[in-house]
Ligand binder design. Structure first.
Ligand code: FES
Length: 167
């Protein structure tokens, strides 16, 4: 059977140690991806190739599993995750326009991360705060009745925090 050639560019000693500790090597794929995400925050292409190499399975199989389960991230996540609620109550009160304002302000599309690694933008379903619609969450903090005009201020708030952290 043909198998893709696997180029391994880095070593991942944490994954090696984890693999060695597994008693069931045949069922190692999901635990390995889980561990890799815990260690590195997301499953980069290099990590996926490494896991494929380590387990002796096609890279396409690793990619298939990594993309099938929503708990796995294939992209690096930002320090601050901005979630705009697109549940019904928020949607009818204009959350799509709020999301678009974030896309414009951050110069990224939903599900992307800014190049400085600060923000990841995402949409979510109802978070149970419909009375505050439209709702935006940044990490655990909830912003209610958000309008597109509020977006810059919210972003600036976290840019300020990031600046403090560096100073
Ligand atoms: S629909 Fe957005 S909080 Fe319920």
């Amino acid at each position: 059977m043909a198998q893709e050639s696997v180029e391994v560019r880095e070593s991942y000693p944490e994954l090696d140690a984890f693999y060695d500790s597994l008693s069931d090597k045949n069922g190692a794929l999901i635990p390995m991806l889980h561990r890799a995400q815990g260690e590195y925050g997301y499953l980069s292409q290099d990590v996926q190739l490494y896991v494929a190499h380590k387990l002796g399975v096609p890279a396409s199989k690793v990619y298939g599993v990594a993309t099938f389960y929503s708990l796995f991230n294939l992209e690096r996540k930002g320090q601050y995750k901005i979630n705009v609620c697109l549940g019904t109550a928020c949607y009818v009160r204009g959350s799509e326009a709020v999301l678009e304002a974030f896309e414009k302000e951050l110069n990224i599309k939903r599900s992307e991360t800014t190049s400085d690694g600060l923000f990841t933008l995402a949409s979510i379903r109802c978070v149970g705060a419909c009375g505050l619609a439209p709702v935006v969450m940044v990490g655990e903090k909830v912003y209610g009745r958000v309008t597109p005009d509020d977006v810059k201020g919210i972003v600036d708030e976290y840019l300020g925090k990031a600046g403090e952290g560096n100073g």
